[in-house]
Write a protein that binds this ligand. Structure first.
Ligand SMILES: Cc1cc2nc3c(=O)[nH]c(=O)nc-3n(C[C@H](O)[C@H](O)[C@H](O)COP(=O)(O)O)c2cc1C
Length: 112
């Protein structure tokens, strides 16, 4: 896949497009240039590539790069309510979880 596939995807449907796996402000700007409605700051749980940055570290610069042109979401390492609050405070519109679903889930995540 490459960036031009977004144009093809857009031609198929008027549904919102959300891109997952954005890790830099440069890629975030490319996303908004292609008119996506949202993007997920994610390193896919850290198991796709070794030594990626923590997603919460990348979040502020990506939020700043995107501005109000798209919604920014995040996942990766969110384990408790205070993690959710930090992500929302840093500009995420919503927070997702992966692996906690497979364990004992003691709390719920709901974006405000
Ligand atoms: C078993 C497993 C399989 C996954 N497979 C994919 C995948 O196929 N594509 C993808 O984008 N992310 C995949 N992910 C990453 C999750 O979608 C998500 O980004 C990540 O689990 C969030 O981090 P967390 O588990 O710390 O909450 C996978 C995660 C796990 C644990």
């Amino acid at each position: 896949m490459n960036w031009s596939d977004l144009e093809w995807l857009r031609s198929l449907s008027s549904m919102p497009i959300i891109i997952k796996g954005i890790q830099t402000s440069e890629d975030a700007r490319l996303c908004t240039g292609y008119g996506v409605e949202g993007l997920v700051v994610s390193n896919h749980g850290g198991h796709a590539l070794d030594r990626t940055s923590g997603t919460i570290q990348m979040l502020p610069e990506i939020v700043e790069a995107v501005g109000d042109r798209a919604e920014v979401y995040i996942d990766g390492g969110v384990r408790r309510g205070s993690d959710v609050l930090k992500c929302l405070a840093l500009g995420a519109k919503a927070v997702f979880i992966g692996r906690p679903i497979f364990g004992r889930c003691q709390w719920a995540v709901r974006a405000v």
